[in-house]
Design a binder for this molecule. Sequence first.
Ligand code: 5GP
Ligand code: ZN
Length: 115
Amino acid sequence: MSTDTNCIFCKIAAGQIPSKKVYEDDDILAFHDINPWAPVHILLIPKRHITSMQDLTPADQALLGKMMVKSTELMAELGVTGGYRHVINTGPDGRQEVQHVHLHVMGGPRPWAKG
Ligand code: 5GP
Ligand code: ZN
């Protein structure tokens, strides 16, 4: 497994930093965002360190597809029935703050803090 010792999401994936986990398997992890924008705001990450969407290769297609499909299952499990937003920020112009690919999924009744 490729990890970056300075990466906060690699540390969360390794259990070195606590998180409110929603789902985990060999490839991906889902946890609640520490600073939610919406009543339900989860992040899905690959456990393997991938810095940004700009670093994806065709070999990552199944991994990213798994994150998308799992996100929908998890929002249903979390009781989000009225819809939600998927967001992925990429690079400096995309305002990506954590340099490990993550899929934001935000939902729940409005109003939301942002977005
Ligand atoms: P970005 O701007 O990179 O797309 O979003 C990074 C997200 O990670 C932010 O929404 C931020 O609240 C969240 N985040 C940053 N550090 C932590 C952390 O240590 N734990 C959790 N659960 N979320 C974090
Ligand atoms: Zn990482």
